[in-house]
Ligand binder design. Structure first.
Ligand code: HEC
Length: 378
């Protein structure tokens, strides 16, 4: 009675052994063509794609994405990208490179394809086996990799001129081998790679003081900052101070006009005008606290308008920067107001990201930071 099962098992085992031996013999024989110029069959390629996608998905799904709208971060990423990635992944206006036709699998053209930030971070940090994609994590810290990811979010849709401009403004890549004196790293084989040597890193002419300085108090929202200024205990910063580097006055005049309209509507207390300038998907962050359109409209907007109503606002600087099909507008101003009977002066920074929706600029992110201005304390 047990016999048939036994024979059956032996047969199965024998077949498996033969198959394994066959696979081993085939592998050893050298018959498999490992050449990168001999494409996989369709089913094999599909399986490999799936293995790659599932593997990256599983490993990247719990990564926390930092704020990728920080213009400094984007600028830094632009420099990194120009120095290390264009040969394989191209850039706006670049159709091919010497290395690309020979790569298998083909690197995606990142000037056209948008990659999810978590996936991009993981792939850049760890690389992809059996492809030409290197693991950059060995030589770059996470912050630098996030800068590349931040730039990749802006890259698709950028014109060659916009790309050139942002790369020219980018801080030089510290990891880059500047070798025999001078900015001669021509990884790009293309002139504009060389221009990011350090032109205009300051960008916007700010009124001296503290491009990074007000860290400790930066997280306090406007009204909270006023309170903190008086009690003397500002909240500790939960987010990086807003930096306006890289922005230039009149770079995107229409976006600046929309930003000014937004500010003046807030000051006038014109709720409808404020809301008309916000895109439905807007996120508003004040004092390290982020709100959706509905949340902002239903509470904080009222508080902001009330706070600004009795304040004297003096613009200090305003500038903008094109970013693909969006633009950033950053500004700084001083706000004088009276809180609990005492005069307070705040230095406030605002960073807006805007996009064009059927010809009109709408705001998609708002970030505000302010800190008490401790200029003339005795
Ligand atoms: C030597 C060529 C090469 C260089 C240089 C290179 N990559 Fe790649 N990269 C590839 C290849 C090939 C793939 C596709 C691998 C695959 O599909 O299995 C890839 C994939 C990627 C992906 C994943 C895309 C996806 O669809 O999931 C990202 C993101 C990426 N690269 C970013 C970068 C960045 C940023 C740099 C520069 C720091 C860079 N790569 C430099 C060859 C390269």
């Amino acid at each position: 009675m047990k016999q048939p099962i036994k024979y059956y098992s032996i047969t199965v085992v024998a077949v498996l052994v033969i198959l394994a031996a066959g696979a081993g013999a085939f592998a050893y024989s050298g018959l498999y063509n490992i050449g990168a110029d001999a494409p996989h069959s369709k089913p094999v390629f599909a399986v490999m794609q799936m293995v790659r996608d599932r593997s990256i998905h599983l490993r990247s799904k719990d990564i926390t994405v930092p704020n990728l709208e920080d213009p400094q971060l984007i600028l830094k990423g632009a420099g990194q990208y120009a120095a290390m990635c264009t040969q394989c992944h191209l850039k706006p206006g670049m159709k091919n490179s010497e290395i690309r036709p020979g790569l298998y699998p083909q690197p995606p053209n990142l000037s056209q394809v948008h990659i999810d930030p978590k996936v991009a971070f993981w792939a850049i940090k760890h690389g992809i086996k059996m492809s030409a994609m290197p693991a950059w994590g060995g030589s770059h810290d996470d912050a630098t990799i996030w800068s590349m990811v931040a730039f990749l979010q802006k890259l698709p849709g950028m014109s060659p001129a916009q790309y050139k401009e942002i790369v020219a403004k980018a801080p030089p890549d510290e990891d880059m081998d500047m070798g025999e004196g001078g900015p001669s790293h021509s990884h790009g084989g293309d002139a504009d790679e060389d221009t990011h040597g350090g032109a205009d890193m300051k960008g916007m002419e700010m009124s001296g003081d503290d491009s990074h300085g007000h860290g400790a108090a930066a997280a306090a929202g406007r009204e909270h900052a006023a309170a903190a200024a008086i009690s003397g205990n500002a909240t500790t910063a939960a987010e990086a101070p807003l930096s306006l580097a890289g922005l230039k006055p009149k770079a995107v005049p229409e976006a600046e006009a929309a930003a000014r309209a937004f500010q003046s509507a807030l000051q006038r207390g014109d709720r409808a005008a404020v809301l008309a300038l916000l895109a439905p998907e807007v996120s508003v962050s004040e004092g390290g606290h982020t709100q959706s359109y509905e949340e902002y409209a239903s509470s904080h907007l009222g508080e902001d308008m009330a706070f600004l109503k009795d304040a004297t606002i003096t613009p200090v600087s305003l500038g903008s920067m094109p970013m693909g099909d969006t633009a950033m507008v950053g500004s700084e101003s001083t706000i004088k107001t009276v809180s609990k009977g005492k005069p307070v002066t705040l230095r406030s920074r605002e960073m807006l990201t805007l996009k064009q929706v059927s010809g009109a600029w709408r705001i998609i992110t708002v970030r505000w930071q302010s800190a008490p201005l401790a200029e003339k304390t005795p």
